[in-house]
Design a protein around this ligand. Sequence first.
Ligand code: PA5
Length: 446
Amino acid sequence: MAVKLETRYLDGFVREHELTSLQAQVNVAHEMLHNGTGLGNDFIGWLDLPVNYDKDEFARIKAAATRIKEDTDVFIVIGIGGSYLGARAAIEFLKSNNYNAKKKDTPDIYFAGNSISGAQLAELLEICEGRRVSINVISKSGTTTEPAIAFRVLREYLENTYGHEEAVRRTYVTTDKARGTLKALADREGFETFVVPDDVGGRFSVLTAVGLLPIAVAGCDIDALMKGAADAREALVDPDLANNDCYRYAAARTALHRRGRAVELMVSYEPQYAMMSEWWKQLYGESEGKDGKGLFPASVIFSTDLHSLGQFVQDGSNILFETVVKFDKAPRELLIKEDAENGDGLNFLAGKSMSFVNEKAFEGTVLAHTDGGTPSLVLNVPAMDEASLGWLIYFFEKACAISGYMLGVNPFDQPGVESYKKNMFALLGKPGYEEARVALLARLGQ
Ligand code: PA5
């Protein structure tokens, strides 16, 4: 079980010696990460998380998930950024992007507090009507505005629907172990709480209670998920680029960036991978996009987007490279049947599986894009199951840290995220932002 990297489609774009010459920088990045001497070294708890996690809390997560599966029809996960993307990505990867519409013995799962859209929240309240609802509010800081607003609205809904005691029983809180408004509120009300460890940042937190509770509620095997990550942790420690595909991926994307590529386009041929790309975009965008540097992470689903963005990738400005995530085994198979009349002319596909056709679409596309000036990295993943997902999560997290150190940034902070918040608070009239408000209003001509 391993994620394997293929670099053959770099031929003509990056020479092998450009990768091997990065070995010395990879070694330094590896030492910084493993010895805890790099920037942001107080946020590297995710490195050992697959083995070094709170086993009692893990058991509590499973118990809570069992209870929620029994007493809940609609489970609402409130959170934004790293407090939302991982759980949603994992559930769609493992269960389907049509999870809620499927026949199942687990609750529907909705995500709230990841925008400031009143329309979405109002619609969710309608969806809840007449159904048994539980909520899991997730915020490491416990102070983020988007989830705080959604939590206020949904708490009121639970209080009005169930009364205080039952509303408390149906509320699960995942936050810092001691700090923040949410923690104080949880202690006061007596909500069951789970912890985001101090040394794990939001976008690296999917394998903590942040991701694990919603993932378990969806009926996924979180033991197998942690095992996959633990296997990756054990396998991806050799700094030698010849033996470590995670580091080789970090080196290859670094080499492509230095060759002038500005955008890394994550590609999958399975629609249920789309949210994993969103998770990956946050992981890499927030970790590398700073100090005026970084690759812009973007994503597509093929062949869907071959009919929209495909033209640009093939024939537009050569700013991109692709990272294609492929699965050795499709999540499900469907055979194309023979049709006696062959009115649609498709009998040349009779007896073939959809995954065979998808494979040919990949092969045709990767060669066409190479001809068009867009190189590709290919990650081969065994299956869309828990073990592969755990491995993939760890693989991307570690490659992100190594890439970030090679880029010379702190991969574990996100100072840029604060700028919009300060302006928004000032414009909303939050106490303490009076001076900034005057300046912003002048700039807006108000
Ligand atoms: O990766 C990060 O740290 C951020 O994306 C956070 O996860 C996001 O801003 C939400 O923060 P919080 O969990 O504190 O509400």
